[in-house]
Design a protein around this ligand. Structure first.
Ligand code: DGJ
Length: 543
């Protein structure tokens, strides 16, 4: 019995709060899209994936989890991307064994880590090497792609229905199991379906079925989709597309074989994803091996989810939630932005380890990614190397994890910017505009020699008040001026504090003045460290 109206209200409030918490826990991880950015919602809240992908042979035994996961947790990684091999979970047809995966999930829970599963099913880097023995040794039943001179290759044909059915059954069993094992705790957040698919060699499957279909008409559903989404076709697709064409070569010209392969891979993978989603509809995505300059289709996997042909994938595979680039090339910003279009959720499942601590600041700050993940992170966290805990990746994630509570909202409101600079950057100075100020950054130099102290530097800027910003990063000297778009006048620095954030509060460890702020002229992010700074600015209008 409530003794007063106010205790009744408190009781009601607590009851409702409990209800909301329960509802949040019942929701499975899902995407929340807005025009500005897409967020991954976990237990009712936006979750920023500070990820790391394992090497290809790092998750093949249960014991590897015990050794690897504690080390990764110490690097401030919050989510591990791990392969799940078809050959491992279905060693004999219809006989499933998830014991290794279960152990990884249990160990991840102990380390407070989440997991993203990478389904190495029909294809891993184009080739079908993770398919089980009973698939590999029965090419009559599980048809291979065929070269122009008639030879089968170790690539399962994406046009063979038996291949699709076997992969779908296995993936469906996996998702059923993940649901049973993990629905409550939600350690597993998302699933990548296959890995860097596409046809190598001639760039096209030359099986009889493929040849027959390539010479036939383009499915009407694809043509209708392209007509309805003309405004978002990539330049590479629209310059090859002839709206009046009905057969593949007429409709897509020289790009026809690649578009045809993209359509067939996408239909296959979309069907595998849909089979899994019937059991447990976690967010599902595919990743692309990106072309090197001047590479032709077939040198890179032809028909993969390249930015050129995402619209083909969207038409063929509605069960896929988004498309991701694996960025190993130096022009990181170019490639991530090619996936930051038409409402695609930005998530980088693989990136070259070495500049990753810097590129991460661009990904979260500028491309508004909800996740980023360098490849082979277990290789830096070497047990014999205690310095790994202080590695650049660990330090950069240390800085970024402190922004977790404010970053998703800031991304939505356009209150975040980011940049990355390298000695080799085409422009040694870069400027971003935020909140009426211009932040102009160059790589930090020594004094008095003026030598560049570190080859890479990066920052994220988050606006936290009208004239207040939190800046995280390393090795940049930043000057601040007034953005003329916000009116004429001068801008200056009120204060720069180095510190940390926890529970939504800022804690200052030191105020930076004198030599540490170039006598009040700059905001400085030191080399060989990643720092978090709270910066207050002022602006006086000219009149
Ligand atoms: C991209 C692949 O997706 C990864 O699995 C791995 O093979 C890396 N390339 C290169 O090591």
């Amino acid at each position: 019995m409530y003794r007063s109206a106010s205790s009744f209200r408190i009781g009601l409030f607590l009851f409702l709060l409990h209800g909301v918490a329960q509802l949040a826990a019942q929701q499975i991880p899902h995407l929340d899209r807005s025009e500005a950015s897409t967020q991954l919602i976990v237990e009712g809240k936006p979750f920023l994936i500070l990820g790391g992908e394992l090497g290809n042979s790092s998750a093949g035994t249960a014991a590897q989890a015990d050794e690897i996961l504690p080390r990764l947790a110490r690097l401030h990684i919050n989510t591990v991307l791990m392969p799940v091999a078809w050959e491992q979970v279905e060693p004999a047809e219809s006989k499933f064994d998830f014991t290794i995966l279960d152990h990884w999930i249990e160990q991840a829970r102990i380390e407070h880590l989440h997991l993203v599963l990478l389904w190495f099913g029909s294809w891993k880097n184009a080739v079908s090497s993770y398919a089980p023995e009973w698939v590999k040794t029965n090419p009559k039943r599980f048809a291979r792609a065929i070269t122009p001179d008639g030879n089968p290759v170790e690539i399962l044909s994406p046009l063979a229905i038996e291949n699709l059915n076997a992969d779908s059954r296995a993936f469906q069993a996996l998702m059923r199991h993940v649901k049973e094992f993990d629905n409550q705790q939600q350690t597993v957040l998302m699933v990548q379906v296959e890995n860097e698919v596409g046809m190598l060699g001639s760039g096209s499957d030359h099986s009889a079925e493929a040849e027959r279909l390539l010479n036939a008409t383009v499915p009407d559903s694809l043509l209708q989709h392209l007509l309805a989404h003309k405004d978002r076709l990539s330049p590479e697709l629209s310059r090859n597309w002839n709206e009046k064409g009905r057969v593949w070569r007429e409709a897509f010209g020289v790009a026809a074989p690649e578009v045809f392969m993209a359509w067939n891979y996408a239909r296959y993978i979309g069907a595998v994803a849909a089979a899994g989603k019937k059991e447990y509809p976690l967010p599902m995505f595919v990743n692309a091996q990106l072309p090197a300059p001047f590479e032709r289709a077939g040198e890179y996997p032809s028909g993969g989810p390249h930015p050129y042909f995402l619209e083909i994938y969207r038409a063929a595979a509605p069960a896929l939630d988004f498309y991701s680039p694996d960025i190993y090339w130096p022009n990181f910003e170019y490639w991530i932005e090619r996936y930051n279009l038409s409402g695609n959720a930005v998530f980088v499942p693989e990136a070259r380890l070495e500049p990753s601590p810097f590129n991460a600041f661009y990904a979260y700050g500028e491309a508004r990614a909800f996740g980023f993940s360098p490849f082979a992170v277990d290789s830096i966290a070497d047990p014999a190397n205690p310095a790994a805990d202080k590695s650049a990746l660990a330090q950069s994630y240390w800085a970024l994890e402190q922004l977790q509570d404010i970053l998703p909202q800031a991304q939505r409101e356009g209150k975040t910017r980011g940049l990355v600079l390298h000695v080799s950057s085409p422009r040694p100075t870069q400027t971003v505009s935020l909140g009426g100020y211009l932040f102009t950054a160059t790589l930090t130099r020594s004094w008095p020699e003026r030598k560049i102290l570190q080859d890479d530097g990066a920052m994220i800027v988050v606006q936290t008040g009208k004239n207040e910003f939190v800046i995280g990063g390393s090795a940049l000297t930043i000057s601040v001026s007034k953005d003329v778009d916000a009116g004429y006048g001068i801008a200056g620095i009120v204060s720069v504090e180095e510190g940390s954030r926890s529970g939504g509060r800022w804690k200052t460890s030191q105020r930076l003045n004198g030599d540490q702020s170039n006598q009040g002229r700059n905001v400085s992010l030191p080399a060989r460290e990643f720092k978090l700074l709270r910066v207050k600015l002022y602006t006086n209008s000219r009149d």
